[in-house]
Design a protein around this ligand. Structure first.
Ligand code: NAD
Ligand code: UD1
Length: 340
């Protein structure tokens, strides 16, 4: 059995689909603070299996302990997605972010030790690299001071896991995701941004759907080929598969403790303008856009060197930008039509 915290969320739900499809028994722990219970129906429709679900605040040690009393002794692994993730909100409410993201991880680690659960996969982010001196970045590229409390929680969580794996029986992997996009090909699960999206792809699909008038490209005077920023857009289905591979690696290791970090991206940088043009190729829809000023805190370019994940995890991104954007658009349309 694998316990998936945050399993009704965007990346968690796609990972649950991969896990179930590969024979894992999945138990989801989520407080539905940023997801909907109907995601369980969608997972069941896709896989034919409904995961067991506990509505629990992982930040609450007592509540979490009660859930682990029921399932802890059967679990072999934990994938820990649950976290608050809005960068701007974290700047305004730092304590809520430190409290939720750090306490949740520590509560999970305590329960893992109590029930002798050996394997942990953790959701980290390329945000820990800040603006790197050289791209692509490898796992050895030094981390930079975080731009936001959210980013800082990722760095701090990585350190908490590393130190815990040194002190107790724990095998752990942190996956540093680059920019996740896309949705499952069924269009039954996908990203659910709350309010006006901050991230590029949800803003693009909402503009295509006519919910937003136009996209603002934040700056075209960066030192890149077309002047817009460069990111590594990784399809969420590939991201889900990376978790499966990380879990397989941990579950076959015979040592008592270990800690490792992997970049999870495509290895290819794409510019914001390139993404807007690719959306038209993928869907036939031209996005209304204007160029506005730079957004505070944005970095010029970051993309991954994925050699380590390719060789050690035997994982490689298979889906490209066009597939990611087409599936995001299908999901947007399907979700809106169900809500209408
Ligand atoms: P998401 O918000 O869709 O999913 C997170 C889930 O965790 C939600 O279902 C939410 O309800 C749940 N949750 C939050 N706090 C909780 C708590 N205290 N108790 C129980 N459940 C709680 O986010 P996502 O995009 O799927 O991200 C998953 C993980 O990946 C997060 O840790 C995030 O920081 C990390 N990450 C995301 C991105 C991205 O761009 N989406 C990039 C890098 C890293
Ligand atoms: C954001 C988070 C980062 C997180 C990452 C992965 C911020 C500051 N950082 O990164 O912590 O790890 O997501 O999900 O939020 N853009 C526009 N117009 C828009 C929206 C975005 O031009 O309306 C541009 C941005 O300037 C950026 C690129 O698109 O150059 C990607 O932006 P976004 O999707 O927000 O992701 P990141 O900023 O890379």
């Amino acid at each position: 059995m694998v316990i998936v915290t945050g399993g009704t969320g965007y990346i968690g739900s796609h990972t649950c689909v991969e896990l179930i499809g590969n024979g894992y028994e999945v138990v989801i722990l989520d407080n539905l603070s940023n997801s909907e219970e109907s995601v369980l129906d969608s997972i069941e429709e896709i896989t034919g299996t409904r995961p067991q679900f506990f509505n629990v605040d992982i930040d609450n040690a007592t509540q979490l302990a009660a859930v682990f009393e029921k399932i802890g002794s059967q679990a072999k692994s934990v994938i820990h997605f649950a976290a608050k993730k809005a960068v701007g909100e974290s700047v305004k409410e730092p304590l809520a972010y430190y409290r939720n993201n750090l306490d949740s991880l520590m509560n999970i680690l305590v329960e893992m030790e109590r029930f002798q659960i050996p394997n942990l996969v953790f959701s980290s982010s390329c945000t820990v690299y800040g603006q790197p001196e050289v791209c692509p970045v490898t796992e050895a590229t030094p981390r930079k001071e975080a731009e936001s409390p959210y980013g800082n929680t990722k760095s701090m969580c990585e350190d908490i896991i590393r130190d815990t794996a040194r002190a107790q029986s724990l095998k752990a992997i942190s996956l540093r995701y680059f920019n996740p996009i896309g949705a499952h090909e069924s269009a039954k699960i996908g990203e659910l941004p709350v309010g006006i999206p901050n991230n590029l792809v949800p803003y693009v699909t909402q503009t295509a759907a006519g919910i937003r008038k136009e996209l603002t490209i934040f700056g075209d005077d960066y030192d890149t080929e077309d002047g817009t920023c460069i990111r590594d857009f990784i399809h969420v289905v590939d991201l889900g598969k990376a978790h499966l591979q990380a879990l397989r690696k941990l579950e076959t290791e015979t040592i008592r403790s270990s800690y490792d970090i992997f970049n999870i991206g495509t290895g290819k940088g794409s510019s914001v303008l390139e993404l807007v043009n690719t959306f038209k190729q993928a869907t036939g829809i031209a996005i209304n856009f204007k160029v506005g000023p730079r957004r505070d805190g944005d970095i010029t370019a970051v993309f991954a060197d994925t050699t380590k994940a390719n060789t050690v995890l035997n994982w490689k991104a298979e889906l490209g930008l066009e597939e990611g954007l087409r599936s995001s658009w299908n999901w947007e349309q399907n979700y809106r039509s169900k809500k209408a």
